[in-house]
Design a protein around this ligand. Structure first.
Ligand code: DAH
Length: 318
């Protein structure tokens, strides 16, 4: 007989003994019950230990890093390697590293946001027609998967504004995943990545902003670049600009081939005010642009849809 079987028999005996409590004189019943119960608990504890030990040896530990059903050999058709970092993530790391070298903090964006951060805090009045321009998805509860990383501007301004009082500046970049409800083609995806930049100080200028952006793009593409701006419109900046770079020869560009890389401008006084920063005292600039586009140019990719496709042949090229 195994230990477990023996214990189970003992348990039966104890239970039977307990049934005899009716024959015990009333005065002694409490004492009798206590004793039997103590014995019973002791046996149950021993049983539990043995059963748990059996479970521990029966169940093979699960390898949570296994690429498919744990503990089954991979079918031949699957790649035998363990995968790699997605090219967008590798490039996003490069992007934030460059900004960090330039003194920026990095704050991660959210993947579910609300009307207030998507629009209201960014100086979109309730009836503002530009609200429609963002092709936002909405959940049934009315939340918004962010259509741009600018949803983080208000949070960054509020979280960092104490620095201004100490005489420091706000310098933060916010990488994030964004979503737009639009038709997908070679240059449009419903899901893509952006990086936002926010800078506030007493006396910053548009010239500084253009200097920072030029520096960033020259570091990213590892060469000198020609830049150009043209007027743009965003409710949260005044004035607003579109920032372009001339597509370098080394990346297949011809002279005069300018590509729009991001939107930018001086932060609108209302955006500062809503975040509790006095626009009479402080000024800021901000920018936001797509990461996918940046990476496509670097690697000569013609179709943005590769990034979200899960196509292994594509991913293996990186
Ligand atoms: N959020 C804008 C977009 O996705 C881009 C942008 C424009 C961001 C101007 C900014 C900015 O921070 O100042 O279209």
């Amino acid at each position: 007989m195994t230990d477990l079987e023996q214990l189970k028999q003992e348990l039966k005996k104890v239970n039977a003994e307990y049934a005899g409590i009716r024959d015990v004189p009333v005065k002694k019943r409490a004492e009798f019950g206590r004793k039997i119960n103590a014995k019973k608990q002791e046996i149950l504890a021993k049983i539990a230990v043995i059963e748990q030990a059996a479970l521990d040896t029966e169940v093979e530990p699960i390898d949570i890093t296994a690429p498919t059903v744990a503990n089954e050999p991979l079918p031949e058709v699957y790649p035998q390697d363990q995968g790699s970092t997605h090219p967008l993530m590798t490039e996003l790391d490069r992007v934030t590293e460059i900004y960090q070298m330039m003194g920026f903090d990095v704050v991660e964006a959210r993947q579910l946001d609300d009307e207030y951060h998507m629009f209201d805090s960014l100086n979109f009045t309730k009836e503002h027609p530009a609200r429609d321009g963002y092709d936002t998805f909405r959940t049934e509860e009315g939340l918004i998967p962010p259509a741009h990383t600018s949803t983080m501007q208000h949070r960054v301004l509020k979280a960092y504004k104490d620095r201004l009082a100490k005489g420091e500046n706000i310098a933060v970049v916010v990488p994030g995943r964004v979503y737009r409800n639009e038709d997908v083609d070679a240059t449009h995806e419903h899901t893509f990545y952006q990086c936002e930049g926010v800078y506030v100080s007493r006396d910053c200028t548009m010239g500084q902003m253009l200097g920072i952006l030029r520096e960033f793009f020259e570091k990213y593409y590892e060469q000198k670049l020609n830049i150009r701006t043209q007027p743009g419109y965003f409710p949260f900046t005044e004035p607003s600009l579109e920032f372009m770079i001339e597509k370098p020869k080394s990346l297949g560009g011809k002279k005069g081939d300018f590509l729009e890389m991001l939107g930018c401008g001086m932060i609108h006084p209302n955006v500062l005010k809503i975040a509790g920063i006095d626009p009479e005292e402080y000024h800021g600039f901000a920018w936001g642009g797509g990461i996918d586009r940046l990476v496509m140019l670097r690697y000569g990719l013609k179709d943005v849809r590769y990034f979200e496709s899960g196509n292994l042949n594509f991913l293996r090229e990186f």
